[in-house]
Design a protein around this ligand. Structure first.
Ligand code: HSE
Length: 305
């Protein structure tokens, strides 16, 4: 690989869990963060940020994108080059749409390109999973599509989950945040056998429902006993938005990642009505959401010179 001194990396948002697939399934969505890395002659990293909520992003060495950039060089046993980083935000922060996964994947991919691509895709992905602590955001952010990740003796098995083209993901992004740490803190350490069986069966049904687009399977599949019952109390208006989405024709509604964004799956014919119903229901609870009808991104992270 030839050496370059500048690279731009675009990374999609992701929605993790999809209800019953806690910590193991996620899909990339057509909403993006863009990161540009340019080596420079100053001693320190310099970082600029544009886009919504730009002022909230750290612009010193604690920046997560930069931390991931450094991580790859540490893995190689090399010092990172001084670099100028320009961040263009399109993925809302701390809303359950994988903004931190975009930073981890973006930093690792950018560093790997500037270093001459010494690491394979699967090595970079393993580093990303180790940094994030679970695979369900970083894997689809990296490779695109809907993906299931399972540990194996050799590391991780990553499996593509076919997503029927007529299933529309609608995200309702509220004007408040929920930290993943807090949303994980409320989860029980142990679950009953009945609840484990419930989720195993529903995740199996979800995989077949996503592949076939069968509404009866999707309607039953989008249920969970491992995280949502404990998290929904942290999301004001959850029940009202859920009821409104289903009444408007959605197959179901789940928490996107650790929340607070809510994700409905619907068919194309009902997508506008579902989006409007979710927005109206949340507004009547005093919350101003941004509601977007998206698609699954099938490309994942891409770099440009
Ligand atoms: N699977 C994770 C969770 C995604 O639900 O906590 C958030 O990063």
């Amino acid at each position: 690989m030839f050496a370059v001194d500048s690279v731009s990396v675009t990374v999609p948002a992701t929605t993790a869990n999809l209800g019953p697939g806690f910590d193991c399934i996620g899909a990339a969505l057509t909403l993006y963060n863009e990161f540009k890395f340019t080596t420079h002659t100053q001693e320190k990293v310099t970082i600029t940020v544009t886009g919504a909520e730009a002022e909230r992003v750290q612009t010193d060495e604690s920046n997560m994108l930069y931390q991931a950039f450094v991580k790859l060089y540490e893995y190689l046993g090399q010092a990172p080059p001084p670099v100028q980083i320009d961040i263009k935000l399109g993925v809302p922060l701390a809303r359950g749409l994988g903004s931190s996964a975009t930073a981890i994947v973006g930093g690792l991919v950018g560093a790997n390109v500037l270093a001459g691509e010494p690491l394979s895709q699967s090595q970079v992905m393993e580093l990303a999973i180790a940094m994030e602590g679970h695979p369900d955001n970083v894997v689809p952010a990296f490779v695109g599509g809907c993906r299931l990740a399972a540990t194996s003796n050799a590391g991780w098995e990553i499996c593509e989950v076919p997503w029927h083209e007529e299933i529309v993901p609608i995200v309702a992004i509220p004007d408040f945040e929920l930290s993943t740490k807090e949303a994980r803190r409320v989860l029980p350490k142990e679950v009953s056998r009945a609840d484990a069986i419930f989720n195993t069966a529903h995740l199996g049904l979800l995989l077949r429902g996503l592949e076939t687009g069968r509404g009866d399977w999707l309607r039953a599949a989008l249920q969970d006993k491992l995280h949502q019952p404990f998290r929904k109390a942290l999301i004001k208006g959850y029940d009202a938005v859920n009821a409104a989405a289903v009444a408007a024709g959605a197959y179901g509604m789940v928490i996107s990642g650790a929340g607070p964004t809510l994700l409905a799956l619907t068919d194309i014919a009902h997508s506008e009505a579902v989006a409007t119903a979710m927005a109206t229901a949340w507004q009547s609870e005093g919350i101003s959401p941004v509601v977007r009808s998206l698609k699954v991104d099938n490309q994942g992270a891409r770099s440009f010179f």
